[in-house]
Design a protein. Structure first.
Length: 427
């Protein structure tokens, strides 16, 4: 698909300091939404302002549908902009604000009012046309600003952190509305945000920026699961960092472990990153603090019945387990479940909840680490557990109803992960 927006080696410097935008290049297909994601001062807003014509680049070009618009003033670029502050005129009604861009373009009164009303209907404010901004909620004001940007039927929609002033619940709802409307209209859009959840949830492509440069541009899943640089691995989501050494032939050594990595990984000092949702956590039978902690009831089960291959490994299919409730003899509570590809067993627990029963076959490509829980953080649906291991602290995230979610600081735990889930970079 041909690019609708093209940025070619954009540069912008303010004074004698480091460049705010340093060689930014990208291509965005028609109808796609791009999120410019990064910390404060990374250059994302300056890049957006260059696209809009509000900043002149020191070098580089901006092309829309193959046409170079770099020298055009903002009002001749046909771009709709939604600012962080909304920038509504307090003396105008919602209809007047939505029609303002059309008025500046010389559109006749009847047509601009019709198009402004149409835009207000698009954003769900058809019945609020005569209200002034002070009579509207924050979310409604944001929608008026969006209607103003859409009323001109822009070639490109630009949004500069438009949700930052909204509370968390409202922000999530408006976020979904903007995305649904953008997809319905097929409008190409660029969205600036420092909120990674917004970027991952809304965008077709995410460009992670740092110090004026794009560190990675890819689909949200690619950015999160396969970060291209250490900065992306730590800025987008959370990750455990391992400091170790890569040996020739593809072995990463850390904390007494020898983990396989791609054979073309450069030898020498290296750092590896592991996403917490890729870590399985198992309580250790009889290894709970003083032996009386709450995790004692969540000990690892044994698979009593499962289909196995000639080597004795459990293979995908139906299975049964009797959870070991005390670190000794199995309890009489029977749990039916299944063995999943990769050797993990899951089943219906005592309370009717879907629980991870641990590895049916830890040897099936899984690396084990033993340790003790340092801290546990409960955030509602998810529990984060940080465990001290010979390789250093390791972070894991698991559903709050999982057996291992009952672990507390001081409890013994066994961690399982796949070496293939590590992202390794030269140090």
């Amino acid at each position: 698909m041909p690019a609708h927006l093209t940025l070619e080696r954009l540069e912008r410097r303010f004074g004698s300091g480091a460049p705010a935008v340093d060689g930014v290049s990208l291509e965005l297909p028609q109808g796609a939404l791009l999120a410019l994601l990064g910390p404060s001062g990374c250059g994302k807003t300056t890049t957006l302002r260059i696209i809009a014509g509000l900043e002149r680049p020191d070098a580089g070009r901006v092309l829309v549908a193959g046409r170079d618009v770099s020298a055009l003033p903002p009002h001749r670029r046909n771009m709709g902009v939604v600012f962080q502050s909304y920038a509504l005129f307090p003396h105008m009604t919602a209809l007047g604000n939505a029609a303002f861009g059309l008025e500046m373009r010389g559109v006749g009164r009847a047509e601009r009012q019709a198009r402004a009303r149409e835009a207000l209907e698009m954003v769900g404010l058809g019945g609020y046309a005569e209200r002034k901004p002070r009579a509207l909620s924050g979310g409604q004001q944001q929608r008026v600003a969006l209607a103003r940007a859409l009323a001109i039927r822009p070639d490109l929609l630009l949004l500069d952190e438009p949700l930052s002033a909204l509370d968390a619940k409202l922000r999530e709802g408006v976020r979904d509305e903007i995305r649904a409307l953008q997809q319905k209209l097929g409008t190409t859009a660029v969205f600036v945000t420092h909120d990674q959840t917004e970027a991952l949830a809304m965008a077709d492509l995410v460009a992670v920026m740092n110090r004026g440069r794009i560190e990675q541009i890819a689909a949200p899943e690619e950015v999160f699961e396969r970060p291209a640089t250490p900065f992306v691995a730590t800025f987008v989501g959370r990750a455990t960092r391992f400091a170790g050494t890569v040996e020739p032939g593809g072995v990463f050594r850390v904390g007494g472990l020898a983990l396989p990595v791609p054979p073309d990984t450069p030898a020498g000092a290296a750092e590896a990153f592991l996403r917490p949702h890729r870590v399985q956590v198992l309580p250790v039978p009889g290894g709970v603090g003083d032996g009386t902690g709450p995790a004692a009831a969540g000990a690892s089960p044994g698979l009593a019945s499962a289909r196995r291959d000639p080597a004795g490994q459990a293979v995908p299919g139906q299975a049964s387990a009797w959870p070991d409730a005390s670190g000794g003899a199995p309890s009489r509570q029977h749990v039916r479940g299944q063995v999943l590809p990769g050797g993990m067993a899951q089943g219906w627990g005592p309370q009717g909840l879907w629980q991870s029963l641990g590895p049916a076959s830890p040897e099936a490509g899984m690396q084990a680490l033993e340790g003790r829980v340092l801290r546990r953080t409960y955030t509602g649906e998810v529990v984060s557990i940080e465990t001290e291991t010979p390789a250093g602290p390791v972070l894991a995230e698991l559903p709050a109803h999982a057996i291992a979610a009952a672990l507390r600081p001081g409890d013994a735990a066994r961690l399982l992960f796949r070496p293939a889930d590590l992202r390794v970079f030269p140090a």
